[in-house]
Design a protein around this ligand. Structure first.
Ligand code: NCD
Length: 361
């Protein structure tokens, strides 16, 4: 896995490499034609604009239902998925567009030995936007470089999952009215959980978050993610093995599944998979307004009894996931939402602004 697998990538022609970009922090700009490999590919103003649009869409379903008439989304899913693929697809269908694609590499020409680049050079002639999920870190970047149309990373190995982070941020904002000034606990598989890496990276850009990293010794947070926190003056972290000891301090508890598919050894997975189980008795130690998030699917990490607790926010995340994907898909293809008036302009609010309390979230 590489921390270097980042970088903006605008719409590509088939034979050009992804050129060096100005820092997205310096150029709020439009997302039209842009690929999204990580959220570092866009400014913080863009991120907030996506959240604003998602909230608008939620209350203007009919008005936005023809936004992407005539557009085609291709979903290329080389790894299993329920929510993410259906959410990307539903998003385009609800905007008036159509969907093509495959779910499961065994159904695609990859089984005949086709490269990701060749698949993208082909599919990007058919579609206006592509969502790709792949087990290898960096696959989405390779896809973006080969594609004529914007590519959205729907998860590349243990690296990043930017649209899940947008869903997480939308959920935090609807619960707390902010995405800063929070103590955020992340619990479970912090080594391989790409949603955790994406979320930390992005929260650091807004600043003012204390992370409590709760994991077994074998599944701690990768150094490149810790470095990101360390290089953000307004953010900090502590690491612990004990959920009960820290749960009372948290505003947010982000539970994750132990990523079975990324283990080399089945015995290790079996030993670690049930390390943390959030049940009502543990939850009773938390603040009454703590929010429990989980990107889903859950295995055993959250007892079903927790679903009815007002602190459970994971099915809200699912709903927000579709809304943020509607916003993002329409933006990268360059279609405006009917009736939506953007309220954000001017320089984006990077971590420096967040530190000085200027980030308008
Ligand atoms: C996550 C993923 O695929 O990384 N799921 C999702 O997209 N909502 C989390 C997981 O699989 O554990």
């Amino acid at each position: 896995m590489s921390a270097e697998i980042t970088g903006a990538c605008p719409r590509q022609t088939n034979d050009s490499a992804c050129p060096a970009q100005d820092s997205p922090q310096d150029s709020p700009g439009s997302l039209e034609g842009m690929s999204v490999v990580t959220l570092d590919d866009m400014s913080t103003t863009n991120i907030l604009d996506i959240l604003d649009r998602a909230a608008y869409i939620d209350h203007h379903r009919r008005e936005v239902s023809h936004t992407c008439d005539g557009r085609v989304l291709a979903t290329l899913f080389y790894e299993p998925s329920t929510r993410t693929r259906l959410s990307f697809e539903t998003a385009m269908l609800r905007l008036g567009g159509k969907v093509i694609g495959f779910a499961g590499a065994q159904l695609a020409s990859v089984t005949k030995g086709e490269s990701i680049s060749d698949t993208l050079k082909t599919v990007s002639n058919y579609a206006d936007v592509v969502a790709i999920r792949h087990p290898k870190e960096g696959a989405a970047l390779v896809a973006a470089q080969a594609s004529r149309v914007p590519v959205i990373n729907a998860g590349d190995g243990g690296h990043m999952h930017p649209t899940q982070t947008l869903a997480d941020l939308a959920t935090l904002r609807s619960r707390f009215g902010r995405i800063t000034h929070l103590t955020v606990g992340l619990c479970g598989d912090l080594t391989f959980g790409r949603t955790v890496h994406s979320l930390i990276e992005t929260l650091c850009r807004f600043g003012d978050v204390h992370f409590v990293l709760i994991s077994p010794e074998e599944l701690t947070t990768p150094q490149y993610v810790l470095d990101r926190i360390d290089s953000t003056p307004s953010c900090s972290y502590t690491e612990t093995r004990d959920l009960s000891e820290v749960i009372g301090d948290l505003d947010v508890l982000y539970m994750t599944r132990v990523q079975k598919e990324r283990f080399f050894n089945e015995d290790d997975y079996l030993r670690l998979r049930d390390t943390y189980i959030l049940d009502e008795s543990k939850l009773s130690l938390s603040k009454p307004d703590m929010a429990v998030l989980h990107p889903l699917p859950r295995v055993n990490e959250i007892a079903v009894e927790v679903d009815d607790d007002p602190r459970a926010a994971y099915f809200e995340q699912v709903r927000n996931g579709m809304l943020v994907r509607m916003a993002l898909e329409s933006m990268v293809v360059g279609d405006e939402l009917e009736g939506y008036e953007p309220t954000r302009s001017g320089p984006p609010s990077g971590p420096a602004c967040a530190q000085s309390g200027k980030a308008a979230i």
